[in-house]
Design a protein around this ligand. Structure first.
Ligand SMILES: Cc1cc2nc3c(=O)[nH]c(=O)nc-3n(C[C@H](O)[C@H](O)[C@H](O)COP(=O)(O)OP(=O)(O)OC[C@H]3O[C@@H](n4cnc5c(N)ncnc54)[C@H](O)[C@@H]3O)c2cc1C
Length: 396
């Protein structure tokens, strides 16, 4: 018998969410699952704390932990036009990774064994998989599990045709006077100077009349230096007309935006989860709600005694549409600032959010597609299909 029923590698968004979902789930004999969560102590392999934003209707599983929520959103076009509306049926929500971590670990105390291990290898097997790891003191450890869910960043990363990065830095700011409306978030502000390729935008997530997370983001091929982000953020705060701000904390990151194919199943007993398992939506970089759908499916399969393959939580046609958009952006066929300004000007915000999180219907998507630069997007679609055919045909 394996040491554990489930070994979860990585205690980030995916690992913690899966841990949480396995609470109260029994195996086929009615015994609680034996779960191990493997996450090394903070160090070079562990990510820094971050905020996770996502949208869903009220009544979600993390509602009790939210740092903030907004029912009203706005997008500011590159020409300064403002498109404000309710996010209905959604609410835009913010969680802090530290709050999720503390909550999940506290509530998991009875059924999960937390192991402070740095995983060095996973070997698939017929009856179970073996996980090899390094202990904090440098010693070697190994354990077996019936199912292994690995959320480490895949090395090498899967290859696609288009590879952009969503790269950003945000400041948590405090102002000496009221400067923000805590009920309304700015989702995208396209007024910052645009890079030659891709797109740049700011956004503002108010936490109180005097506090907000202000971020500067680019979709492009290369990340900036911290000094360059700092300059861009200073300029963006100037654009917002903010008085002198005190920066209380910062977050910085890079999220891959690619049409590469992520395969969640990598063995009989080994699966990938989270960003590594294709949970990141290529056109937005948002991952958290995809992780929610993926882990819910895994928990259901385990409860029913089925093979718990994590699904890629995005529809195929949405991935194909995202690939076209990324390609059009990368080749310069569309100009990002104009593209997004037009998209939000011509469509209800709730509809765009539904599309970006996989909840839209085909009819609405076609209508939305007609509000984008049709010629450039059609040319890019043909180019994508041609590329797919060429790379699949055997070479003569
Ligand atoms: C700064 C930042 C902000 C983001 N904000 C958002 C957002 O607002 N909304 C959104 O939807 N997405 C956001 N994302 C994208 C995405 O949601 C996050 O990156 C998310 O954390 C991905 O979850 P994950 O579990 O796949 O990976 P991670 O959360 O990175 O988890 C991977 C885990 O694996 C562990 N690990 C690595 N190597 C080993 C090893 N050898 N052995 C054991 N464990 C190991 C790491 O310590 C880590 O805990 C953000 C990304 C960044 C970088």
């Amino acid at each position: 018998m394996a040491d554990y029923d489930v070994a979860i590698i990585g205690g980030g968004a995916a690992g913690l969410t899966l841990t949480h979902r396995l609470r109260g789930i029994n195996d086929r004999r009615g015994r609680p699952l034996r779960v191990a969560l493997l996450e090394p102590p903070p160090g070079p392999h562990t990510p820094v704390p971050r905020t996770w934003c996502f949208w869903e209707p009220d009544g979600g599983p993390w509602d009790g932990l939210l740092t903030a929520r907004w029912e009203n959103l706005s997008v500011r076009g590159h020409d300064g036009t403002v498109h404000s509306s309710s996010a209905a049926p959604y609410v835009y929500k913010m969680l802090r990774s530290t709050d999720v971590d503390a909550y999940v670990r506290t509530s998991a105390a009875g059924y999960v064994e937390e192991l402070p291990l740095l995983v060095t290898g996973v070997r698939d097997g017929v009856e179970h998989a073996e996980v090899r790891a390094r202990e904090p003191g440098g010693g070697e450890a190994s354990l077996t599990a019936t199912w292994v869910f690995d959320s480490r960043p895949p090395r090498p990363a899967p290859c696609g045709r288009t590879h952009l990065l969503q790269h950003f830095r945000g400041w948590f700011v405090r102002t000496p006077v009221d400067a923000f409306d805590p009920d309304a978030a700015v989702l995208m502000d396209l007024r910052p100077p645009q890079p030659p390729n891709g797109v740049a935008f700011g956004y503002v997530l108010p936490l109180s009349p005097r506090e907000a997370l202000v971020e500067y983001t680019e979709f492009g091929r290369e990340a900036l230096t911290t000094e360059e982000y700092e300059r861009a953020l200073k300029d963006y705060c100037g654009l917002l007309g903010l008085p002198e701000v005190e920066v209380t904390a910062a977050e910085q990151g890079v999220i891959p935006m690619t049409d590469a194919v992520f395969r969640p199943r990598v063995g009989r007993r080994v699966f990938r989860l989270g960003t590594a398992g294709g949970a990141t939506r290529p056109s937005t970089g948002y991952t958290f709600s995809g992780v929610g759908r993926q882990t819910a499916a895994v928990a259901r399969a385990l409860a029913q005694g089925r093979t718990p393959v994590p699904p890629v939580p995005h529809r195929r046609r949405h991935l194909a549409m995202d690939a076209v958009m990324l390609r059009a952006l990368d080749t310069g066929r569309i100009r990002g600032a104009e593209f997004f300004t037009g998209l939000f000007a011509a469509n209800r915000l709730g509809d765009v959010l539904a599309f970006l999180d996989g909840g839209s219907c085909l009819r609405r998507e076609v209508a939305m597609g007609l509000t984008t630069p049709v010629r450039a997007m059609s040319l890019t679609s043909v180019d994508q299909v041609w590329y797919a055919l060429r790379t699949r045909l055997p070479r003569t």
